[in-house]
Design a protein around this ligand. Structure first.
Ligand SMILES: [Fe+2]
Ligand SMILES: [Fe+2]
Length: 159
């Protein structure tokens, strides 16, 4: 399964896509987040026997933006980045209706238009679950680093 997933995404792992490795996103990189969302989309849509190749490619591109919206205020960034991701993805893939809908609506309900297709709902939910998991994981790392620091500090104070 992993081989098939790699074959699907391989043509799109361009230099521009690799730039996402240098952008922080939910405490990890935007590249890692995109691969995670694409992989779980692949697994779920494959099991459900729906358009898994289309959905996987769209999921890979759902946050495909670099600095177009990074300087904007947070809520605008949350609402507008799907538009930039569609524009950027269109350079590499002739997006189908389903793929465009997946990218456009993946921030629903923050963006107001609901997904039209089952594949879009799946990516929306996987993206949300991944974001919560990634944020919690990075916070846990920060908290354990802070606890270690406090522990060392206390240790030296009572020594
Ligand atoms: Fe997003
Ligand atoms: Fe995302």
């Amino acid at each position: 399964m992993k081989d098939e997933f790699n074959d699907i995404i391989k043509p799109y792992l361009t230099d521009e896509f690799y730039e996402l490795k240098s952008i922080e996103h939910h405490g990890i990189t935007r590249y890692d987040h995109s691969i995670r969302v694409a992989y779980y989309t692949y697994l779920v849509t494959k099991v459900l026997h729906i358009n898994y190749e289309e959905a996987t490619v769209a999921a890979l591109f759902h946050d495909f933006f670099t600095d177009e919206v990074d300087e904007e205020k947070s809520i605008f960034k949350l609402r507008r980045h799907p538009k930039y991701a569609i524009e950027n993805a269109s350079k590499y893939v002739d997006l189908t209706d389903i793929q465009e809908d997946i990218i456009k609506t993946h921030m629903f309900p923050i963006t107001f238009t609901p997904p039209k297709y089952l594949e879009s709902w799946i990516v929306d939910i996987i993206d949300d679950v991944s974001a919560v998991y990634e944020k919690a994981y990075s916070l846990r790392k920060e908290i354990s680093a802070a606890m270690s620091f406090i522990f060392i500090l206390v240790f030296y104070c009572i020594k």
